[in-house]
Write a protein that binds this ligand. Structure first.
Ligand SMILES: *Cc1c(COP(=O)(O)O)cnc(C)c1O
Length: 440
């Protein structure tokens, strides 16, 4: 795994090359995203090595963390599958070339049409609730599905430090609760009546959930599977989908916790998971991509107000939405660079790092100690490879910036366009044609 100083040096090297090659330019493109494809290959390698079991483990990347099709295609070529949570993500996974049996469809709101499509493609499905189960009954009309189908269970164990990211709470909207009166029994019956229910799925939450809580949720899923299988000659449940959720260290370059630390916890809390009786699917998103991407933006102006130094940059709420609206839950590091991309070494000065949007809260960081920024300097936001590039916010008609994949080959740094910058508004006014509303 990349060590700490190496990670910073790699970003600086990429940034210098981006300036030199005109990928980042104060006049033409003062904001861009970068995905380190070499780093990504290292991370996926670490993930594969951490889980014993080879072909019986499918690591399905959670597409919502970075749904750019070339990035998904890269993950496919590195041996991953893909977890999708909407029809739109399913389209993207297909466009990236994933085979249907390496795609997992999770959504709490699957429409009939989406279910029909998933079943006819043979995409794996995790059912969210009893009503969805009845819908699948109707669609199957007694046939055996090609898709592997499981049910998402909610072990109701409690949340982590970020409420919006916690899905194993008492009242979570996801999955079928296991601890509510009668619920577990009803689900056991549902499995008994449907021999094609052969998987159990859980995902306890994302960033902010302790590893122990995640492992306990998986333990509950396995225990449920064992209960379904008890007393049968041939086990009915043959696979466990353990979800994603491995948290990421946003405070520094150290990759902690690593996938192997989570596997240690799983071994401790759920030894049966690795008994060989179950196939395993994982759905990691943030831990695969966050540290392999960064955002860079030029400083346009600097000023001072009420004794506070302020640097106005081109990165703000349009690319760091969660950080701007919820800075305590989603703090980002910022590094200061000169116009050539080289790291600035001046005495740290407390500054607000502002974005371009027209509201006062559009700040990437408040009162942050950094070398004094000047117009033309560049700020870098490390750890933005997951949930930043694919989660744009269109406030103020700010365009989505270009995102580049980066590969290094000896001394050469090569950039591949992964997503072009959004086109400027072309002046057209959408016209509502007569009858549009009536016939749709
Ligand atoms: C969001 C999500 C994931 C990925 O979570 P990460 O924290 O990015 O690893 C996996 N599975 C489901 C069902 C999700 O909703």
């Amino acid at each position: 795994m990349t060590d700490v100083t190496e990670a910073a040096a790699r970003r600086e090297r990429i940034l210098r090359a981006a300036v030199r090659q005109g990928v980042l330019d104060p006049e033409r493109s003062a904001l861009a995203g970068f995905v380190d494809l070499d780093g990504l290959a290292d991370t996926v390698g670490a993930l594969h090595r951490a889980f014993p079991g080879g072909p019986r483990v499918l690591h399905a990347f959670a597409a919502k963390a970075n749904s750019l099709v070339p990035v998904l295609a890269e993950l496919r070529s590195l041996g991953m599958g893909c977890e999708v949570a909407t029809g739109g993500e399913l389209d993207r996974a297909r466009a990236a070339g994933f085979e249907p049996d390496r795609i997992v469809f999770d959504s709490p709101a699957k429409t009939r049409a989406e279910l029909e499509r998933a079943l006819s493609l043979g995409v794996m499905i995790n059912v969210d609730n009893f009503q969805e189960l009845s819908r699948i009954d109707t669609l199957l009309a007694g046939d055996t599905p090609r898709s592997r189908i499981g049910v998402r269970v909610n072990p109701q164990l409690g949340g982590g430090t970020i409420a919006a990211m916690s899905t194993a709470t008492q009242t979570s909207k996801f999955g079928i609760p296991l601890a509510d009166p009668g619920s577990r029994h009803r689900l056991i019956e549902a499995y008994r009546e449907r021999p094609w229910l052969t998987w159990v799925h859980t995902h306890a939450g994302s960033q902010g959930c302790p590893l122990e809580l995640m492992a306990q949720a998986v333990a509950q899923a396995v225990e449920f599977a064992e209960e379904v299988n008890r007393g049968r000659e041939e086990p009915q449940v043959t696979g466990i989908d353990i979800g994603g959720g491995l948290p990421v260290n946003f405070a520094g370059d150290e990759v902690t916790p690593g996938f192997d630390a989570y596997v240690d916890q799983l071994n401790e809390h759920v030894p049966d998971l690795f008994s060989g009786r179950y196939e395993i699917v994982t759905e990691f998103g943030r831990s695969v991509l966050a540290k392999n991407g960064f955002t860079a933006a030029h400083v346009e102006y600097t000023k001072s107000a009420g004794g506070r130094s302020i640097a106005v940059t081109h990165a703000g709420v349009q690319v760091a939405t969660r950080t701007v609206f919820n800075p305590d839950a989603w703090p980002l590091r910022i590094t200061a660079h000169g116009p050539d991309g080289g790291v600035k070494h001046g005495t740290p000065v407390r500054q607000d790092i502002a974005g371009p949007a027209c509201f006062a809260g559009d700040l990437l960081a408040r009162d942050r100690a950094l070398p004094s920024l000047e117009p033309g300097d560049i700020v870098v936001l490390p750890d933005t490879g997951a949930y930043y590039f694919s989660t744009p916010f269109h406030y103020n008609s700010l365009p989505e910036p270009a995102v580049y994949g980066v590969r290094t080959d000896g001394d050469e740094v090569r950039f591949e366009l992964v997503r072009p910058a959004q086109e400027p508004y072309d002046g057209t006014v959408p016209a509502l044609r007569h009858g549009d509303l009536v016939h749709r």
